[in-house]
Ligand binder design. Structure first.
Ligand SMILES: [Zn+2]
Length: 383
């Protein structure tokens, strides 16, 4: 933690020492730890403090530090909500029944009937009205009046008795009871972007929005994504969607042709296995990049070529890298399959599986001992 002692107020002259009852202070952060400590908290050094640090036998005070960036961000989203709700109400007769200041996007919940849909044209129009109001630099005032039966709005809880009623007034646009923090002028909202809508319980509509710094941050992250895609797809942003669509089609075509080729390959492999089975009654096949679908294709082909034609014996089909293991399939005559599966389980460590009749299926956690195991299986099988 780097410190700049020249800027700090000496102990003895700290704000909390000069005025015991001072509970809010604007001051400067001198230093801050790069990472949070084991309690998930940052260690911050301030130029001056209202929190007594500890000393003279007196323990330290406790309190929290308000992050001004966070406060401005929250004020931007909250004032934007007031502006948006006012425009939705006056232009479209849509009433805001709730709102949420989200971590990335915020939303207003509008009282709407089931089946209601805010058209993209309406959304664009509302967004334009919001941004027009921002451009017109309208003053946002806070009005505080003594609480009385006349000034008490319905939205304030009946048991509230703080003594004052606070209204946020956007000049000529909106007047709303609210206890939140707000910007001083709509110009401080910078810009507003309406994002999307969805429908929730009872048919109400949520309209998502961003304001101020969040719109700029979002534009930056969208540009970063766009730049990455330009490199990956080797084409400009206007062609990204077409390029991805093309890739998807190419992949589907490639899969289709691979499926055909795998089918043909499975037939060739099965034909080799058939010859081995005819000679010894046992055959084995392993493919490192194979999967259970490929092993099944071989087993079906082998069924058609050999077992269904009265052929005897059993074949051991395995797939997967030596260290990673993979699927195992044993197919053939019932008795031969039963014997072979027992032999495989006892000679290859980490094999599990089950099955009845002409097919036994399982998994191995490793194929490192497969070659040695095959030798002993062959001896056992041919004995
Ligand atoms: Zn409010």
């Amino acid at each position: 933690m780097a410190t700049a002692p020249a800027l700090t107020t000496p102990v003895g002259l700290l704000a909390c020492q000069k005025d015991t009852y001072l509970n809010v202070l604007d001051t400067t952060v001198i230093a801050c730890s790069e990472k949070p400590n084991s309690h998930g908290q940052y260690e911050v050094e301030l130029a001056d403090t209202v929190l007594f640090p500890e000393g003279g036998g007196q323990p330290s005070d406790h309190g929290s530090i308000d992050d001004l960036d966070v406060r401005l961000d929250h004020a931007q989203q909250h004032s934007a909500q007031h502006l948006l709700s006012a425009i939705l109400e006056t232009k479209y007769g849509l009433q805001t029944v709730a709102w949420n200041l989200g971590e990335q996007r915020s939303h207003v919940e509008l009282k709407t009937e089931r089946g209601f849909k805010l058209s993209s044209q309406a959304i664009a129009d509302i967004e334009q009205s919001c941004n027009n109001a921002i451009r017109r630099s309208m003053v946002v005032n806070v009005e505080v009046r003594d609480q009385s039966a006349d000034t008490q709005p319905n939205s304030i809880p009946a048991d509230y008795n703080g003594g004052v009623v606070r209204h946020i007034i956007i000049d000529g646009v909106d007047r709303n009871p609210c206890c939140g923090t707000h910007v001083n002028n709509t110009a401080e909202l910078q810009v507003m972007k309406l994002c999307s809508t969805d429908t929730i319980r009872g048919g109400n509509t949520r309209l998502f929005f961003m304001a101020g710094g969040r719109v700029i941050d979002y534009a930056q992250s969208a540009l970063d994504r766009e730049r990455r895609l330009t490199t990956i797809l080797s084409c400009g942003p206007n062609e990204h969607a077409d390029a991805v669509e093309r890739l998807g089609k190419q992949q589907r075509d490639a899969l289709k042709s691979a499926k055909g080729l795998f089918g043909e390959l499975a037939d060739f492999i099965a034909s080799d296995l058939k010859q081995e089975l005819q000679k010894t009654g046992f055959a084995a096949y392993h493919r490192e990049e194979g999967d259970i679908a490929f092993l099944s294709a071989i087993s079906h082909s082998l069924g058609r070529q050999h077992f269904e034609a009265g052929g005897s014996g059993a074949a051991l089909l395995t797939a997967g890298a030596a260290k990673a293991g993979g699927p195992v399939l044993i197919v053939g005559q019932e008795e031969a399959v039963a014997t072979l599966s027992e032999t495989v389980k006892s000679s290859v460590s980490g094999v599990r599986g089950g099955g009845k009749g002409p097919r036994w299926q399982g998994k191995a956690t490793s194929w490192t001992g497969l070659d040695r195991a095959l030798d002993s299986i062959k001896k056992h099988q041919l004995a």
